[in-house]
Design a protein around this ligand. Structure first.
Ligand code: RB5
Length: 153
C-alpha cells in the first residue's frame, strides 16, 4: 500500500515511529515532514501535502498527526474528496474505513502511545469500505456543494 504521512511538531516523534513501522511492513511511505520536531510549524501546511498527494493519485491513503488530531482533521476535511477521520483507538479506525470510507487516518500525538497508535494504523489499513447503505451515505455528502448551500436544500 502507498501512503502519504505528515505531522506537525507536536506529533513529530510519533510520526517517525509510524513511518518506520509501516516500512517494516513493506508499505511505500511518502513522508511529507516536518524535518524536525524542534521548530513550531503550522499543521494546515502539512495536511495540504498529504491531501494533494491522495487527490492527485500519488498515494492511496494518508496519515496525519498533530497534538490532538483535531486541527489536522479540520484542515484535511476542507479538501473535497478527502475523508479524514480522527481515531484514538483501533475500533474507531476500522469503522472509519468500513462505514465512512475514510481515506485519511488522523492521530493525536499527545493523546496516544506508540503501541496504541500502531494498532490503530493496522486496523485502518486492514479494513475495507462496506458498500450498500454506507456507500449511499458517503455518496450523499460527497456530492454536496457545501460552499453554496441554502437552508431549504
Ligand atoms: C500545537 O501546539 C497544537 O495546537 C497542534 O498540534 C494540534 O493539536 C492542533 O489541533
Amino acid at each position: 500500500m502507498k501512503l502519504a504521512i505528515a505531522s506537525d511538531h507536536a506529533a513529530y516523534d510519533l510520526k517517525n515511529t509510524i513511518v518506520e513501522y509501516l516500512k517494516v511492513k513493506d508499505h511505500v511511505v511518502l513522508d511529507f515532514g516536518p524535518a524536525s520536531g524542534r521548530v513550531s510549524v503550522d499543521y494546515p501546511d502539512y495536511a495540504r501535502h498529504v491531501c494533494l498527494s491522495i487527490l492527485s493519485g500519488e498515494s492511496e491513503y494518508g496519515i496525519l498527526l498533530c497534538g490532538t488530531g483535531i486541527g489536522m482533521s479540520i484542515a484535511a476535511n476542507k479538501y473535497r474528496g478527502i475523508r479524514a477521520a480522527l481515531c484514538l483507538f483501533p475500533e474507531m479506525a476500522s469503522l472509519a474505513r468500513k462505514h465512512n470510507h475514510a481515506n485519511v487516518l488522523v492521530l493525536g500525538g499527545r493523546l496516544m502511545g506508540t503501541e496504541l497508535a500502531a494498532w490503530t494504523v493496522d486496523s485502518f489499513i486492514s479494513s475495507t469500505p462496506e458498500r450498500g447503505r454506507h456507500e449511499n451515505r458517503v455518496g450523499k455528502f460527497e456530492s454536496y456543494a457545501c460552499d453554496s448551500w441554502r437552508k431549504e436544500d
